[in-house]
Design a protein around this ligand. Sequence first.
Ligand SMILES: [Cu+2]
Length: 147
Amino acid sequence: MTKLTPLALFVLLFPLLTLAESPLHVGDPWSPEAPPGRMMAGFMELRNDSEETIRLVDAASSRFGHVEIHTMVMDEGVMRMRRLDELSIEPGQTVQLRPGGLHLMLMEPHERLTVGDRIDIELIDDRERRYSLSAEVRRRHRPSMVE
Ligand SMILES: [Cu+2]
């Protein structure tokens, strides 16, 4: 039976401690409720608390068949959604996903989601690190251009 010294314990536990501190801070994730069967949008604030650029390249949710990162672009006077292959967040930068701009597109819903439900979402970066969050379904306050 080997006894672990405090130093050995620290060395063993340190990787766990660092993993627990996510380099990506997710603030106030939410989703406006939508009619049954319709895709939904995910909004939140993303802040890069690390020293390196975080490049989000994919997203997933157990409640939707398919999730994409979308932006809005002006196309001949009309705002349109466009899929982003990569959303880069520089060290210290905060990016807003909100109505009329960047958003997660939650497609192919498996079931009806109503106000108060929570949507588990994973954001995935180019190093295949996964950032978990839970978005609350809220009542739609005003018409939005993204759905
Ligand atoms: Cu979209």
